[in-house]
Design a protein around this ligand. Sequence first.
Ligand code: AMP
Ligand code: MG
Length: 330
Amino acid sequence: MTAPAPLLTTARTAVAEAMGVARVIQGRIKESPGLLKSDRSPVTVADFAVQALICLRLRAVLGELLLVGEESAGLLRSEPGAAVREAVVSAVRIVWPEITPDEVLAAIDSGAHDATATAYWTLDPIDGTKGFLRGGQYAISLAFIEDAQVTVGVMGCPNLSPDFDRSFADPDPVGLLYYASRGNGTWVSSPHGGAESTAVKCGVSEGPIRVCESIEAGHSKQDTSARVIAALGGAGTPARLDSQCKYAVVARGQADAYLRLPTRADYVENIWDHAAGMLVAAEAGAKITDIDGRPLDFSCGKGLVRNRGVVCASRRFHGQIIEAIQAIRL
Ligand code: AMP
Ligand code: MG
């Protein structure tokens, strides 16, 4: 196994740097051009700029490597992508003032590995693009996978507050950087460094179950979550927020469970939507499986093709949730 320490340190630097640029872009999102991908999902200047920044930083420190990134520069090379391309280059120049447009596009496209190697990085540059667009929660999510195990996970949560009472819809001015490496626990720090990192533990809650889920009803079956909660004797609506920040919310004990219940039989989850978040939650003590109780299987390339949905929960509730889902026969 590759020694994780330099990988973790470099990943933290890369994500923290990209968080600053993403924050600048989100602050001007109303003037910022955007595009739609072939699946009609939105993509912003930040998705491309963050992928370029992270590829550039990882390679500057670690040399050649394999990266499975969500984005590719194809759209930016087309005529309708010209305005976005220009804005992406300006954003990347915040960190790399001398970089050329061709170098930016090449950096984005260097994240085109197909997840067939034994060891590679995976990146979701802006997970929760819809949250990013509505000024809500999003995550910059970077993980290293080796022999089908996630060994390093770094998740930048630029709008997540350390204050559990702050609404998820009210973005924090600084944000948090969560990170984990296999066997070494989960830690959180400010993206600016400085103060010491703090250990993150999911803890043992005694009250009724508290759940979080996606804001997007198309991404998780919210009516079924309500039935699961009722079956466990809980009440109320789950906390809703975009992105893998939900894994951090469970990792830090703010919720007992993150439910991602399939809305379609044919949907396959992407590795970059789960790798970093899963390790952050697992190393904090949570249990993560799919809705059938199977561990997330990172051995099948870009998709979690052997899994259906996700249940991330404290050990107190995980088994009960799987039983409730089985009883509902999702
Ligand atoms: P969330 O912010 O939790 O709603 O999740 C955002 C992620 O949902 C995006 O990165 C997409 O890859 C993913 N996604 C898109 N369509 C679906 C779907 N039908 N079911 C589950 N996830 C989806
Ligand atoms: Mg995503």
